[in-house]
Design a protein around this ligand. Structure first.
Ligand code: FAD
Length: 465
């Protein structure tokens, strides 16, 4: 089902790319990252072309809950311990700046996008201590944070961590205005990117191509495997949302830190209830929407469901996005990915860092986000675990006697190949979404085998015997 954002906003249809072009910068992907980066680059005088495989905001951005916040779950206490106070401060400063920048752009361009300033809160029904530690760490880094024991949620909590001065908005109303006048080509999937010498890159999209001085991968999960090796450094996580009428009206945003904690966020008369996160490809039992519906009925008997949807995001090894140069071996290529479900401020931070880097400016705060940063020990462990999951699913595919399987949707069954075309892992069925999903890197396909989400670049129609 569609998210509430898509019910209210439709983007004017743009043409696909039919002729070869030459430009300063090509951006791959017209989600929030691609559009914000194009906006910054355009202001700096770069000719920028955006190539989008689907429609504008056809990827994960349409499924967000759009809390604009520097409160990225429990992060600051860990950042200080692992990367030191200076780098942790850079992370906090850039994300706090991003909130102010949304407010500034919205005021400057007078965009009617339901922008509301409000606090963001983490809550726990089990323990106070992690929230108190995080409050202390956040305050050290300059964030207006306080620990509380009460809030407006309709159940008892042990503790709440409030960040003041945060916000929420209607992401598609905002992006529709921003995308006005941009050179964006829709239904133009990029198939290949080649580096042909300094400042000379060749991007193939369908039957046409773009020559560009610089290339920015804003396509959520980069589809180029080598160089970069992002497939080894990220996985994807999926979450579910229902929009409720006649539930509570909450002034502030909330996220639970306990296992099975929920996300709450008001949008007009609707309350968005989110949860049920799992590694993409790991929901064989289903029941995620039902779990949210049960919780809604328990908290607000008589509430009514207006919409339901799900989306996924890229998770990095150390929970910090990869924003900056794509790889040492790929001069002129840049990337913004791995937002860990905090893409509103991360996309704004990406737009600033990437547009400054392209201008040749030094960005002091950029180091903590660099894809080439030295990773911490915890991240090394994640690398091993992630590699293990991928190897296990690859082995499953190689050892499986079944090359094809059937998925059922609306009473009809469709037989597809269950080998992921990205790196060959075994796909698994998600009964909540009626989709085939790759547990290794998060590619998704509909019941008929059509590609929904990358990094795979093609579908999984049944192989001929
Ligand atoms: C359930 C959920 C709730 C969330 N809520 C919040 C929240 O409250 N606050 C917050 O900060 N963040 C939130 N997030 C995270 C946020 O929504 C994402 O991080 C963000 O939308 C990612 O934007 P993007 O532009 O990077 O990716 P996308 O929106 O996916 O855009 C990438 C685009 O690239 C295109 N593309 C892919 N491959 C190609 C190709 N080969 N050629 C051309 N185009 C291509 C895709 O079609 C897509 O349109 C949430 C995430 C989830 C899953």
């Amino acid at each position: 089902m569609e998210s509430i954002w898509l019910k209210e906003v439709s983007f004017q249809k743009r043409s696909s790319l039919h002729k070869d072009l030459k430009t300063d910068v090509v951006i791959i992907g017209a989600g929030i990252t691609g559009i914000l980066t194009a906006y910054f680059l355009k202001k700096k005088g770069f000719r920028t072309v955006v190539l989008e495989a689907d429609r504008i905001c056809g990827g994960q951005t349409k499924g967000t809950t759009a809390k604009i916040t520097s409160q990225h779950n429990l992060i600051y206490d860990r950042l200080i311990r692992v990367y030191g106070e200076e780098k942790a401060r850079h992370y906090a400063e850039m994300n706090e700046w991003a909130i102010r920048e949304y407010e500034r752009i919205i005021a400057e361009k007078r965009i009617a996008c339901d922008f509301v300033k409000c606090s963001a809160n983490l809550y726990s029904c089990m323990e106070e201590e992690p929230l108190q530690r995080e409050a202390e760490a956040a305050r050290r880094l300059g964030i207006s944070a306080q620990f509380k024991t009460e809030c407006e949620l309709p159940f008892a909590v042990k503790g709440v961590l409030e960040f003041r001065g945060q916000a929420r908005f209607h992401p598609l109303k905002f992006l529709k205005e921003l995308a006005e006048g941009m050179e964006i080509y829709e239904e133009t999937p990029v198939l290949k990117v080649e580096h042909c010498g300094a400042g000379n890159n060749f991007v193939t999209a369908g039957n046409a191509s773009v020559s560009a001085g610089k290339v920015i991968f804003a396509c959520h999960f980069p589809f180029v495997n080598i160089p970069g090796y992002y497939f080894a450094r990220m996985y994807q996580e999926r979450s579910y949302v229902i929009a409720l009428e006649h539930a509570a009206k909450l002034q502030e945003c909330y996220l639970g830190i306990d296992q099975n904690g929920y996300s709450f966020r008001q949008e007009g008369d609707l309350l968005l209830l989110g949860g049920g996160s799992h590694r993409t490809g790991d929901n064989r039992q289903g029941g995620k929407y039902q779990m949210l519906r049960n919780e809604a009925a328990r908290l607000w008997p008589g509430c009514r469901e207006e919409a339901y949807w799900s989306a996924q995001d890229c998770m990095t090894l150390d929970q910090i996005p990869y924003i900056g140069a794509f790889d040492k071996k790929a001069q002129d290529w840049y990337v913004a990915t791995g937002f860990g479900k905090w893409g509103m401020t991360s996309a704004m931070v990406s737009a600033r860092i990437l547009s400054d880097l392209l201008e040749g400016k030094e960005v002091t705060q950029a180091e903590i986000f660099s894809p080439q940063r030295r990773i911490c020990m915890a991240a090394v462990k994640e690398l091993v675990v992630n590699g293990g999951v991928a190897a296990g699913n690859l082995a499953k595919q190689l050892l499986s006697p079944k090359r094809t399987e059937e998925g059922t949707e609306e009473g009809k069954s469709f037989e597809v190949s269950v080998k992921c075309p990205h790196l060959g892992c075994k796909l698994s069925w998600n009964p909540d979404e009626h989709t085939w999903e790759c547990p290794c890197h998060g590619s998704r396909f509909d019941s008929r085998g059509r590609l929904l989400d990358g990094p795979a670049q093609r579908g999984i129609r049944k192989e001929k015997n």
